[in-house]
Design a binder for this molecule. Structure first.
Ligand code: GDP
Ligand code: CA
Length: 334
């Protein structure tokens, strides 16, 4: 079974790790074929180094090197380089980079400087973390450098700041007017991205941020059309539990684009291609008598452990298979 997933950072990575565990338990003799299309809108150049936070979170999480408590960065990390940079007065100092993490960014920047595309660099990093053995191929959404910026008002003027500055430094507390993704219009999907959607048996949307993770990937030219045209069922997982994002500021991002923080409104962002949707049992969409054009399944959605994430991934696949079977039957009718 060929599975293609769109993913941001922590929510995406934890779901994908659950997916790998689920498939290993359910089909121990088959190596899965999972293609992950990762968000690169969060990418930023710091100290001359190219940092790809969402791709790295996926690599570290699947590779067993992530700091579990944070959900990002490396476990057993030290911060000598950052401390020395601070002594030197180098800026910015609001973005935490550990020493092992620095090595990733140095290596990536070295290969990029030699002219290697980000997708090829990412493949080398994926080798380091053993993704192929898990049946996972990680593709950046595009090889073109793109950057999500946030338009905020400062001293009466509208200025665009990098997404990371808004998210990490200001904790999304600066009133945002809109998001602008520099370079996205003219970016091309990375090699294999559109094919991965077109040839998938199942497309999964992990509970990643619908605006600044999934929403950015959907803006890559051709991605949305490929999803619309996909014959494979597309099943998503709501990032909301108890009416709120589990972590991060997805609610602020949604408000900024004028969308309610409800699973129904988030599903609405995907309405032209989404077939199935997992929501938490206390979600309004789970209430008896609620009808929806979508196939909605209610089940606990907190990824509190790898096992919990695996169960959620299994439920997403089960729903996809149910939808595929229903379509197959419908097509078989005279
Ligand atoms: P980021 O790039 O690190 O912000 O990560 P993502 O975009 O991949 O995921 C962020 C989203 O994941 C947030 O909106 C969270 O609500 C969601 N999320 C995180 N943990 C969980 C969880 O345990 N369950 C669900 N359903 N969503 C989660
Ligand atoms: Ca991110």
């Amino acid at each position: 079974m060929r599975i293609t997933a769109l993913a941001g950072g922590v929510g995406g990575a934890r779901f994908l790790r659950g997916l790998v565990h689920h498939l290993r338990a359910a089909h121990p003799d088959d190596r899965p074929e999972i293609i992950v299309i990762g968000n690169t809108g969060d990418d930023i150049t710091l100290f001359g180094l190219r940092v790809c936070p969402d791709l790295d979170t996926i690599l570290y999480t699947l590779g067993g090197g992530v700091h579990e408590g944070q959900g990002w960065g490396r476990v057993d990390e030290s911060h000598h380089v950052a401390a020395e940079l601070a002594e030197l007065g180098a800026t910015p100092q609001w973005f935490s980079l550990g020493d092992k993490d620095f090595a990733t960014h140095i290596f990536r920047s070295q290969l990029l400087a030699r002219g290697m595309p980000l997708s090829a660099v990412t493949a080398q990093l994926a080798d380091r973390w053993g993704l192929a053995e898990q049946g996972v191929t990680l593709l950046p959404m595009t090889d073109t450098p793109v950057e999500t910026h946030v338009v905020v008002t400062e001293g009466g003027d509208q200025v665009a700041i990098h997404f990371q500055e808004w998210w990490v430094r200001h904790q999304a507390a600066l009133e945002a007017d809109r998001f602008v993704v520099a370079g996205l219009d003219s970016a091309a999907a990375a090699p294999g991205v559109l094919e991965a959607i077109r040839s998938a048996d199942v497309v999964l949307l992990p509970p990643s941020n619908p605006v600044v993770s999934i929403g950015i990937i959907l803006g890559v030219p051709g991605v949305r059309d490929a999803l619309r045209g996909s014959r494979a069922p597309v099943v998503g997982v709501s990032p909301l539990v108890g009416g709120r994002p589990v972590r991060g500021h997805a609610d602020v991002c949604l408000r900024t684009i004028g969308v309610d923080t409800t699973s129904e409104a988030v599903a609405g962002l995907y309405q032209d291609f989404l077939d199935g949707w997992l929501v938490d049992p206390d979600d309004p969409m789970a209430q008896p008598g609620r009808t929806s054009r979508l196939a909605v399944v209610a089940r606990p959605l907190l990824m509190s452990s790898v096992a919990a994430a695996a169960d959620i991934a299994g439920a997403a696949l089960a729903l996809a298979q149910q939808l595929a079977a229903a379509t197959g039957e419908a097509e078989a009718l005279p």
